[in-house]
Design a protein around this ligand. Structure first.
Ligand code: NDP
Length: 448
């Protein structure tokens, strides 16, 4: 049987075994498609059931999370942790609290995380978790009680050498604090290496808050450099206005670019003269309000568009930083027609499969999230290093490490794409480079 037939057969089996999980199917398809090229060149990577083992999580946990609201009503949410692959190091990946969370979404994120973590060059495996709990509109006390209940089950399954969760959508510094507090109480130890994204006075790392957004911009700069371009004078769309989006916007503007639009799930703002970073931080991080408040307060030239499509704004660079499948093929075509030459994914899988396919066949240079948003987890691994050595590094030193890691990731995916005769296809470059490192470790460690 040819390699292509073998991969098609794996994929069909995976669809049946993971029925009703479209996001996981999408992530599997993209990676398996890139692996055809690798397996044709190096067939030994198909030995010992390697591909089947890679696509099956090592462990999947689903648990009940009961909690009490401020009025005394009981609610029940569902908690998840998918420990996907620990060949390179302890499972590492964020927790997402959002009503859309289900097992398929956590599996897609955990699967992507394996390759992303491999690309960082640091010793971390892949995992992901979360809950269908919606922190929006909840009081601090309600969020605290939810986090405590969530950790009451999760604490048995995590640890510095086992599994190290962090934040993601809906899980920021506040939630990590409540989760860490409950872990410490249940385990009766201050194991700082058990979670990352901690507060600076209790084991956190400088730059972790900024890391995913800054890292995205560092990697995009490297991609632009190969075409003799830079962010200086560039117009940039940044979708979302959460952790990744805010710090991507900050770094773009530090490098001389102008952020011309940002969004949330209700609408977007156009900001032809750039975004007031301090104001957006205040609205989103401190007051936890909507992006519409930004338009109301930012003054002249700023417009709010309820609903609508942020990808219709004219720009040179687009950085989708909100959520999966937020940019479809029609929007991809609009971006290209409006002159966008660079798209880099700050969110996980924000571009649909058709949109990615379109970019790869066009003049638009495209960097996939696995590579482009790896700065967050890379800095989490730097936080783990600081925790292990009871040290804390300066902002500049940590930022410099992040910058080096992102430059190396770009060089690695660029070189790998060229090695496989697919110059400029950073999707293939990232999938293949990420896969080979994990695959070599899995082959060396036997059939487990
Ligand atoms: P946040 O919760 O801080 O922010 C998410 C942002 O996306 C909010 O502005 C939210 O708006 C917006 N959003 C959510 N759903 C939609 C939608 N359907 N349409 C438009 N906007 C939407 O999350 P993060 O910034 O941490 O994460 C964003 C993405 O980046 C996710 O895909 C995450 O997995 C990925 N990522 C995050 C990392 C990190 O370090 N934080 C690391 C690597 C990847 P609203 O408030 O209206 O919901």
């Amino acid at each position: 049987m040819s390699i292509d037939q073998q991969i098609s057969e794996y994929y069909d089996k995976l669809l049946k075994r993971n029925a009703g999980e479209p996001e996981f199917h999408q992530a599997l398809f993209e990676v398996l498609d890139s692996l055809k090229i690798v397996l044709n060149k190096d067939p030994h990577y198909a030995d010992y059931g390697l591909v089947e083992r890679l696509c099956e999580p090592e462990r999947q946990l689903i648990f009940r999370v009961p909690w009490t609201d401020d009025q005394g009503n009981i609610h029940v949410n569902r908690g998840f942790r998918v420990q996907f692959n620990s060949a390179l190091g302890p499972y590492k990946g964020g927790l997402r609290f959002h009503p859309s969370v289900n097992l398929g979404i956590i599996k897609f994120l955990g699967f992507e995380q394996i390759f992303k973590n491999s690309l960082t060059g640091l010793p971390i495996g892949g995992g992901k978790g979360g809950s269908d709990f919606d922190p929006k509109g909840k009081s601090d006390a309600e969020v605290m009680r939810f986090c405590q209940s969530f950790m009451t089950e999760l604490h048995r399954h995590i640890g510095e050498y086992r599994d190290v969760p962090a934040g993601d959508i809906g899980v920021g510094g506040r939630e990590i604090g409540y989760l860490f507090g409950q872990f410490r109480r249940l385990e009766n130890k201050h194991e700082s290496g058990v979670l990352t994204g901690k507060g600076l006075t209790w084991g956190g790392s400088l730059v972790r808050t900024e890391a995913t957004g800054y890292g995205l911009v560092y990697l995009t700069s490297e991609m632009m450099k190969t075409h003799g371009e830079s962010f200086e004078g560039a117009k940039v769309i940044v979708s979302g206005s959460g952790n990744v989006a805010i710090y991507a916007a900050e770094k773009v503007q530090q490098l001389g670019g102008t952020v011309v639009a940002m969004s949330d799930s209700a609408g977007y703002v156009t900001t032809p003269n750039g975004v007031d970073i301090e104001l957006i931080k205040d609205i989103k991080e401190v007051r936890r309000e909507r992006i519409s408040a930004y338009a109301a307060e930012a003054g002249e030239g700023v417009e709010y568009h309820a609903g609508g499509n942020i990808w219709e704004v004219a720009a040179d660079v687009a950085l989708p930083c909100a959520t999966q499948n937020e940019l479809d093929v029609d929007s991809a075509k609009v971006l290209a027609a409006n002159g966008v030459r660079y798209v880099a994914e700050g969110a996980n899988m924000p571009c649909t499969a058709d949109a990615v396919h379109y970019f790869l066949g066009s003049d638009v240079n495209f960097a996939p999230g696995k590579a482009a948003n790896a700065g967050g987890v890379a800095t989490s691994a730097l936080e783990m290093q600081q925790n292990a050595s009871r040290d804390s590094w300066s902002f500049d030193y940590t930022d410099q490490r992040l910058h080096e890691i992102m430059s190396n990731i770009f060089k690695n995916i660029d070189k790998t794409a060229k090695e496989y005769d697919m110059a400029g296809d950073y999707v293939a470059g990232a999938n293949i480079a990420g896969f080979k490192k994990v695959a070599d470790a899995m082959l060396a460690q036997g059939v487990i």
